[in-house]
Design a protein around this ligand. Structure first.
Ligand code: SF4
Ligand code: SF4
Length: 428
């Protein structure tokens, strides 16, 4: 079960001002895109071959295991083949290389959907368009909606990670799509009410959203505190409906979808276009000119970084995502995928840790109610029995324990290693 038992949250310096009010940069046409053909360990069927001509929105591949997720071309041009490149999970994985002809010709006859469609048709449409969670998880959206048990739909517009403003800017630029997507998700969920969670500090956006849904008396815009990790679905759900769950929100009658995912549904319904482009926050203290950048899926990080003026430090840390929950990547050849929402570039600092002070701060602030310090100790002692009791697998890798630790210990990394140790043991 979940042990979410206290506030376990903290206001962080968001550094959002670096990008929040800048215009969204449009990338000049790139010669090639590299569409990631990886979704965890799932099997991907490639549906095109070398020299095939594709258009924006042509289906090029599909995940085809227990979930079905089609993958689409993000530019028009010629398929050059498949290339192994570093993925955001730090493992080499296949990418479909498309030579961009610069015409951005769109696939003809893409199906659209009216808001009059029934719930089942909306769910089928989510599946057909390959809609996945855009909040970083990349989970197929239609799967969540295949239920009759949803009482409350929660739309997560919180975006609590420092630096990231992609969701907020995407909403600002796609208010009509957001409205369409939220209403469609609400219908598909068969819920009785819908809560749109947004940070109370978004003073300009909140009235726009209230206006947007003013004729929908079962959709409510609900401001929440500006604390981390309010955007984590467990924390947000507890804040909004005061319930705790073990594995999935549906156990307590809820579905949680990210705001940008709703927008992508709204766009697909209107234009037929699946997720072929992204707005990505490129920010941090070691990037020259932070911005949100609009780019085709499959654009290398290096191109986005260059469009923002490049690195300002010789030694940097590159993170796919935000600085708290994102994953460090060692190469900027990694490409924008369906769930990429941010690239964070930070100055590398040689931080000397000192011994644990037994201050308990990591325990007080863990949103999963864990004891990171004790997990660290059990991991170092190779004490599997103790680790089992300490539940490291419930860690969401939010980074809070490292952030808060006065001794500068990489507590999150230790918990991550403990998780790996437990996972290996389970496999045996
Ligand atoms: S990284 Fe894991 S252990 Fe550390 S505070 Fe977050 S959830 Fe807790
Ligand atoms: S926050 Fe750091 S110093 Fe304090 S108990 Fe946790 S690991 Fe030890």
């Amino acid at each position: 079960m979940s042990f979410l038992i206290g506030p376990m949250q903290k206001h962080l310096n968001g550094h959002k001002e670096l990008t929040a009010h800048n215009e969204i940069l449009e990338l000049p046409v790139q010669e090639k895109v590299y569409i990631p053909l990886a979704m965890g360990n799932a099997k991907i069927d490639v549906l095109v071959k070398e020299n095939d001509h594709v258009k924006v929105g042509t289906q090029v591949a599909a995940r085809n295991d227990h979930f079905y997720v089609p993958i689409f071309a993000s530019v028009s041009g010629k398929v050059l083949g498949i290339e192994k490149r570093m993925g955001s999970n730090l493992r080499p994985c296949d990418h479909l290389v498309i030579e961009n002809d610069g015409k951005m010709e769109k696939e003809e006859g893409l199906s659209t959907l009216s808001l009059d469609a029934d719930g089942e048709s909306i769910i089928a449409f989510m599946k057909e368009k390959g809609l996945v969670g855009c909040g970083g998880a990349g989970f197929p959206t239609y799967v969540k909606y295949q239920t009759d048990k949803c009482e409350t739909l929660i739309i997560n517009a919180v975006e609590c990670e420092p630096y990231i403003t992609a969701d907020a800017q995407t909403i600002e630029h796609h208010l009509d799509d957001f409205r369409r997507g939220v209403i469609a998700m609400f219908k598909a969920s068969k819920a009785k009410k819908c809560l749109v969670g947004i940070k109370e500090t978004k003073k300009e956006l909140i009235p726009k959203l209230v206006e947007l849904f003013k004729d929908q008396n079962t959709i409510e815009v609900t401001p929440v505190k500006d604390v981390y990790p309010m955007g984590w679905e467990r924390t947000l759900l507890y804040e909004l409906v005061h319930k705790r769950y073990d594995k999935l929100p549906i156990e307590v009658g809820c579905i949680v979808s990210n705001a940008t995912t709703a927008i992508r549904l709204g766009i697909a319904m209107e234009t037929g276009m699946p997720i072929v482009d992204k707005i990505v926050t490129v920010s941090g203290d070691a990037i020259k000119d932070p911005h949100n950048v609009h780019c085709p899926v499959g654009t290398p990080f290096s191109v986005l970084i260059e469009s923002c003026g490049g690195y300002t430090k010789d030694v940097i840390e590159l993170v796919a995502g935000g600085p708290m929950m994102g994953g460090s990547v060692t190469k900027d050849e990694v490409c924008v995928g369906l769930a990429t929402n941010a690239i964070t570039v930070l100055e590398h600092k040689d931080i000397q840790s000192i011994g644990c002070l037994r201050c308990g701060q990591c325990v007080d602030h863990c949103p999963s109610g864990l004891q990171p310090v004790n997990i660290t100790n059990a991991f170092k002692a190779n004490d599997i029995d103790r680790l089992e009791k300490l539940r490291p697998m419930d860690c969401i890798e939010c980074g809070m324990c490292t952030y808060i630790c006065p001794s500068k210990i990489e507590v999150t990394e230790n918990v991550r290693k403990a998780k790996r140790m437990m996972a290996l043991r389970t496999k045996k």
